[in-house]
Design a protein around this ligand. Structure first.
Ligand code: AMP
Length: 486
């Protein structure tokens, strides 16, 4: 058995079709046309935020006691640039908010009106699955491990319990969130600012690539929450600009990725400086042994909340494999793009060299193509990411390490041009699509050569689901063997 299983028809559509080179040529139309997604559009998730900030009438709905606390915090804290005043502007939609308070599943968690107000304003109507399970446990103060990937609403899942439990009278730093990348840190910071907008609490991002002096000044304004990458946090600790001695909450966000990119010593150094009386929340898409070891050492009897891809991503993303001979991959990719017309796609290769080669081939054929891997200069990577985020790049060819951190809501297709070496990488890769904030359904296609049947099986075991075979039309994806013909 040297081919992937479950091939069904004996007569392949591909064999009846024009030659593969023609597909490469016609594919140049693919990305230049207005974005198209497959017709069978997924029903819009109820959870998708309308993102229409509603107006507020703080004074009516917020109890007196809360206002007193906020006023006290005001005097204590002074001005901090990221501190959002508790007074949103705009028209009042009292009725809508009252309805939200009485009906929304968020209200069932016993959240304060401040938090409900912020949720209402950002337009989150229903908790996502990770939020439904994580928030009630985290609110009890217990350490929690949440197995969930980015795009499922995991940020709000840990930010909401922290906001709820902050001591607004304190002027100390109470919460530290460690995240693997600068970008993720800024995303988390923005979410914390949005969800904390009805409270007086400062939120600061401590990330590399931005002037450290400014961050030191921000810290002097006594924010309650800091979010940063381990490297910059260590740097600030060395300069004695960051005091962790009053922390009550520590979050390790995307713990698996932080460990992957070598942050373990820094994380441990930071955790050793944190008070032992604290709540630790750990979020991770996967739970490989190094993450488990970290959890065992630094967490106390954590509750496990498993909303991992097996239950979330997998049910949301349409996943297929395509049997293909190695040398026919470019033609099959071109044809697949033509058939699928992705809004935005990431094509994953195993190595940097293969990413570059594929980029060189496809950038001649298609507009809006870019590549991303660890050998490219940081500035070029940043530029590419910006263009991808803004939709100016439609096809991104990337390796695992840099590609899997991408959080762009327009990604409709993941194409595993090379089958991932590790099963967890499959999960990370496909997690770049089908996101909660996305308005496009997610599709994942994995190219499998006939020698890679075992690797496909291992992935299927990991995700506990069989992938369906997909056949591209108009190209011969693989040379039939005598056995196939017979
Ligand atoms: P995250 O997994 O935290 O990166 O969140 C992914 C996206 O989903 C972000 O754009 C959030 O603003 C959005 N989001 C989070 N929770 C909800 C919710 N309950 N309803 C709608 N959108 C949400």
């Amino acid at each position: 058995m040297n081919k992937p299983r479950r091939r069904r028809s004996s007569k392949r559509r591909s064999e009846r079709s024009p030659r593969s080179q023609a597909a490469v040529e016609t594919a140049s139309e693919t990305l230049s046309k207005p974005s198209g997604v497959p017709a069978e559009a997924r029903a819009t998730d109820e959870c998708i935020a309308s993102k229409t900030p509603q107006a507020a009438d703080e004074d009516r709905l917020r109890p007196e006691a809360q206002r007193a606390v906020i006023a006290a915090a005001d005097t204590n804290r002074g001005e901090a640039s990221d501190v959002v005043s508790g007074k949103p502007a705009g028209d009042v939609d009292e009725e809508g908010f009252a309805e939200f308070v009485s009906d929304s599943a968020f209200a069932q968690f016993g959240l304060s009106l401040d938090t409900l107000r912020a949720l209402y304003e950002v337009g989150y109507k229903t908790p996502s699955p990770i939020q439904s399970e994580f928030i009630p446990v985290a609110l009890t103060g217990r350490d929690c491990i949440g197995q969930a990937r980015t795009g499922t609403g995991k940020t709000a899942a840990f930010v909401i319990p922290i906001l709820e439990r902050l001591d607004l009278r304190s002027d100390k730093l109470q919460a530290l969130v460690l995240a693997p990348t600068r970008e993720l840190s800024l995303q988390v910071r923005n979410e914390a600012v949005r969800l904390g907008s009805t409270r007086r609490c400062g939120v600061v991002a401590l990330v590399g690539g931005h002037p450290i002096d400014r961050q030191i000044r921000e810290l002097k304004k006594r924010p309650a929450i800091a979010i940063g990458t381990p490297g910059r946090v260590i740097d600030l600790l060395r300069r004695k600009a960051l005091d962790l001695s009053h922390l009550r909450f520590v979050v390790l966000d995307e713990a698996d990725r932080m460990l992957d990119i070598g942050f373990r010593p820094d994380i441990e150094r930071i955790l050793r400086r944190c008070p032992s009386e604290r709540q630790t929340l750990l979020l991770s898409a996967t739970m490989p042994p190094p993450v488990e070891r970290l959890a065992r050492r630094y967490m106390r009897n954590p509750a496990m909340i498993d909303l991992s891809e097996d239950r979330v991503a997998i049910s949301d993303i349409h996943q297929y494999y395509i049997t293909v001979d190695e040398e026919r991959k470019p033609a099959v990719l071109a044809r697949l793009l033509l058939e699928q017309r992705p809004k935005q796609a990431i094509v994953f290769t195993r190595t940097r060299r293969r990413a570059t080669e594929l980029y060189e081939k496809f950038s001649k054929l298609l507009p809006d193509v870019a590549h991303l891997h660890g050998e490219l200069p940081q500035r070029q990577r940043d530029r590419t990411m910006r263009a991808f985020r803004e939709g100016r790049v439609r096809l991104l060819i990337a390796t695992d390490v840099v590609g899997r951190g991408i959080d762009v809501s327009g990604v409709s297709h993941i194409i595993n041009y090379d089958i991932p070496e590790f099963q967890d990488d499959y999960v990370h890769r496909i997690g770049r699509t089908g996101r909660l904030s996305s308005d496009v359904p997610g599709y994942a296609f994995t190219f499998v050569t006939r020698q890679q049947g075992e690797e496909l099986t291992r992935i299927e075991k990991r995700i506990n689901r069989l992938l369906d075979e997909y056949r591209v039309q108009g190209v011969v994806a693989y040379e039939p063997t005598r056995k196939d013909q017979g």
